[in-house]
Design a protein around this ligand. Structure first.
Ligand SMILES: NC(=O)c1ccc[n+]([C@@H]2O[C@H](COP(=O)([O-])OP(=O)(O)OC[C@H]3O[C@@H](n4cnc5c(N)ncnc54)[C@H](O)[C@@H]3O)[C@@H](O)[C@H]2O)c1
Length: 337
């Protein structure tokens, strides 16, 4: 089957390799012709050092490569998803299944990535979101990994499950595209906050408190926006939160560590040198929470630190001395099955 992956970052490249392993005819598209040529010559992506690209993988910077593809994966960084989908649209067939794997919420519109892809491709194709705890570095060396293919259309979700699943990449299906995408996008705020904790020298107790209570906040928002609470306890929710909050692969966490050590948000992002999506997600969460009238104290404090330079120590005291509560107050409890 013909598959095209749009976006030659770490994740697009790792997923191209999964598709090659599954016997598909795969093309990896880069927006940058020099980068495409370099990868073609070296058969390596510098973002995945030491990993040899499969001989069968085609690399191009010509967007017409999406023509006649049965599956097209949208894997650009979130800020480039709209532009890339717009370029691809004239070449897409209605039967093509689009797989959105970027994580983020668009600034200003607060749209999810699959909504942007839908919009830019004029609702021509079915869009499935694929998300979960999955570092590109580990998938590219075939470490056992699990993700969720989410779409209200079960046939499309099962198609993506069949296309990607193999003995090291396990894929579950879910109808809850809203919950899967929101949990993947919003958890970056928590990763940043966990990094801040690490940078301040706090240890395991603090991180467990932060991760668990943040998940309460995120699932509260997710449900309000139409997601299923159960999704937030699954791979795309808690799973992704664990992986992002505990790993040095996470640039959100690395940026947080620098902020916890006393750097400003801008200095930390400059030092990390790559897009820190949690910074932008913090603003989206703040806007959405305000609009929905929801209490999200941890995310709000992260926003205050990142955007208004509030002192981290003051914020910690503020959070720890909030009014006493019952743990399940505010409506969050594990769903009864
Ligand atoms: N890296 C991971 O492990 C991982 C896992 C799951 C999901 N994701 C998500 O996948 C998306 C891509 O992340 P990544 O880690 O592969 O990115 P990356 O930071 O590794 O690479 C970004 C790449 O995007 C390309 N790019 C830059 N500007 C562009 C533009 N204007 N148009 C098109 N492409 C452009 C560049 O070629 C660059 O190599 C993100 O939304 C991320 O959250 C990443």
């Amino acid at each position: 089957m013909k598959a095209v992956v749009l976006g030659s970052g770490g994740w697009g490249t790792a997923l191209s390799m999964v598709l090659c392993d599954n016997g598909h005819e795969v093309t990896l598209w880069s927006h940058n012709p020099e980068k495409a040529q370099e990868m073609e010559k070296t058969r390596e992506n510098p973002l995945l050092k030491g990993v040899r690209l499969p001989d069968s993988l085609k690399i191009t910077s010509d967007i017409s490569c999406v023509k006649d593809a049965a599956v097209v994966v949208s894997a650009s960084p979130s800020y480039a998803v709209r532009g890339t989908a717009r370029k691809a649209e004239p070449y897409l067939n209605v039967s093509t299944i689009l797989v959105s794997v970027s994580k983020g919420i668009e600034r200003d519109t607060n749209l999810r990535m699959s909504q942007i892809v839908q919009e830019e491709t004029k609702n021509k194709c079915k869009v499935v979101a694929l998300s979960g705890p999955s570092h590109a570095e580990e998938v590219s060396i075939r470490m056992p990994t699990g993700c969720v293919a989410a779409c209200p259309d079960q046939v499309a979700a099962c198609f993506v499950q069949d296309t990607f699943m193999n003995d090291y990449f396990r894929v579950y299906t879910s109808p809850d595209i809203v919950g899967v995408e929101l949990s993947g996008a919003l958890k970056n705020v928590v990763a940043l906050s966990c990094g801040i904790c690490d940078g301040m020298g706090f240890q395991d107790n603090t991180k467990a408190l932060l991760m668990t209570r943040s998940m309460v906040e995120l699932s509260r928002l997710g449900e309000k926006l139409g997601g299923d609470r159960a999704t937030f306890g699954g791979l795309a929710g808690m799973g992704d939160l664990i992986v992002t909050c505990t790993s040095m692969h996470s640039r959100n966490r690395r940026a947080g560590i620098l902020i916890g050590q006393g750097k400003s948000a801008q200095e930390a992002m400059d030092e990390v040198g790559a897009v820190v999506e949690g910074y932008y997600a913090a603003e989206s969460v703040e806007q959405l929470a305000r609009k929905e009238g929801l209490e999200m104290p941890i995310c709000h404090c992260a926003y205050e630190v990142l955007y208004h330079g509030k002192q981290v120590r003051d914020v910690v005291t503020e959070l720890m001395t909030r009014a006493k509560k019952n743990e399940n107050e505010g409506g969050w409890s594990y769903p009864v099955r």
